[in-house]
Design a protein around this ligand. Structure first.
Ligand code: DP6
Length: 382
């Protein structure tokens, strides 16, 4: 019997991945860039046990048993076995997998990236796989390959048919830009979710705008973004981040039939951030939205207290503070009369935001100690 438990982080793209050139291998149409978020505040935790006693492969996700008959899971498993260096019998045994997120899944926050990154990272350790595993994580969920590294990460689209050059690499580690902070605004949203896999397939098939984006926008933007991150040039970084998010959501509307992820609250947040940046006379905060209504804000540490107070003023809550505010603690700041007047915050109805997570850029996946296992001695969830 062999067992391992790992944690893997969530990542939030600043140059978005949207559209595949190969559905099976999960090869993207364009390069993308993201920051890996601190594992402490948001992560997937996965235990994998391999045993000669197991009759079949089994998987439990957030407390519920799911089918292992999933081509993405089997592709990752197959690739990892192919690359295994182990002398032991472990790759011939069946596995039990138990995985959970340390943030509510109901929040609709991208959890498949952290989940697949964790699965691939843990199994790579168990099977003694050396070298790059991002091309394997990519076959679980495209964005998962970026969660294999900490800091700022680029997923290269690659050009080869077999996808061997479609891997993720680290641009700079988290320590390169220690002042960077991330605030996630979890928006209450009853909208039915459009899976990103299906929606991006439809975009690739129908959107002329996506074609234009891939050919004429992303290559230059990617270069500029990498430079801005290397130079710690917040203004350029923030402007490109917002423009790329807006462009991705425009591509969604250009898709036929269209896909809508942002809701009214999302657009109130967009307006609030632009008005605030105008008030400050420079770009202090960037917003970005993935395949859902939640906002992810990038900003520098020194601006966090004011921005958090601004958000709490605009979005009152009924929930108690501890529930509503998660992550790195912040000392709230009284908003100046001038800011209040300029921004003219029109208070929204309580409850439009579910909660706020304040976090930073962090490290890649990690192995945990044996008292962290999610499976008991016989391989069942604890
Ligand atoms: C909007 O990685 O979830 O978050 O590869 O089909 O599993 P699949 O899609 P997924 O798509 C993520 C899309 C995005 C943008 C991004 O993270 O780059």
């Amino acid at each position: 019997m062999k067992i391992i438990t790992c944690v893997a982080p969530v990542n939030i793209a600043v140059i978005k991945y949207w559209g595949k050139r190969d559905e099976e291998l999960i090869l993207p149409l364009n390069d993308s860039i993201s920051a890996t978020l601190n594992i402490e505040h948001m992560c997937a935790k996965t235990t994998i046990m391999a045993s000669s006693n197991f009759k079949e492969n089994k998987i439990w996700l957030n407390g519920k048993e799911e089918s292992f008959q999933n081509p993405r899971l089997s592709n990752c498993l197959k690739e990892l076995k192919k690359r295994s260096q182990t002398q032991s019998d472990v790759i011939n045994w069946n596995i039990h997998v138990c995985s959970e997120n340390n943030f509510p899944t109901a929040a609709g926050l991208a959890s498949s990236a952290a989940g697949y990154a964790c699965f691939v990272y843990a199994l790579a350790k168990l099977y003694e796989v050396e070298g790059d595993v991002t091309y394997i994580a990519r076959q679980g969920s495209g964005s998962a390959c970026r969660s294999i590294y900490g800091g700022w990460v680029q997923w290269h689209a690659g050009a080869l048919k077999d996808g061997s050059d479609s891997i993720a690499t680290q641009i700079v580690p988290a320590s390169h830009w220690p002042e960077m902070r991330v605030v996630i605004l979890v928006v209450s949203d009853s909208q039915k979710k459009n899976s990103s896999t299906n929606a991006m397939k439809r975009s690739a098939a129908t959107s002329k705008f996506l074609e234009y984006r891939i050919k004429h926008i992303v290559p230059e933007r990617t270069e500029k973004m990498i430079q801005a991150i290397k130079d710690r040039d917040f203004e350029t970084f923030a402007t490109i981040t917002m423009k790329d998010s807006n462009q991705f959501h425009s591509v969604c509307l250009d898709t036929f039939p269209p896909v809508k992820y942002m809701n009214e609250t999302s657009f109130i947040i967009v307006d609030l951030i632009h008005t605030y940046n105008e008030f400050r006379g420079s770009t202090k905060v960037a917003y970005t939205f993935d395949a859902g209504a939640n906002a992810c804000l990038y900003l520098l540490e020194e601006d966090v207290p004011e921005v958090i107070s601004l958000i709490q003023n605009a979005f009152p809550t009924n929930t108690d503070h501890v529930e509503y505010f998660r992550g790195i603690p912040v000392t709230e700041q009284e908003l100046s009369e001038e800011l209040k007047k300029t921004i003219n915050i029109s208070k929204q109805d309580p409850g439009m935001l579910k909660y706020i997570i304040h976090t930073n850029v962090g490290e890649g996946p990690q192995i945990l100690g044996e008292n962290e296992h999610l499976l008991n001695d016989v391989g069942l969830p604890k």
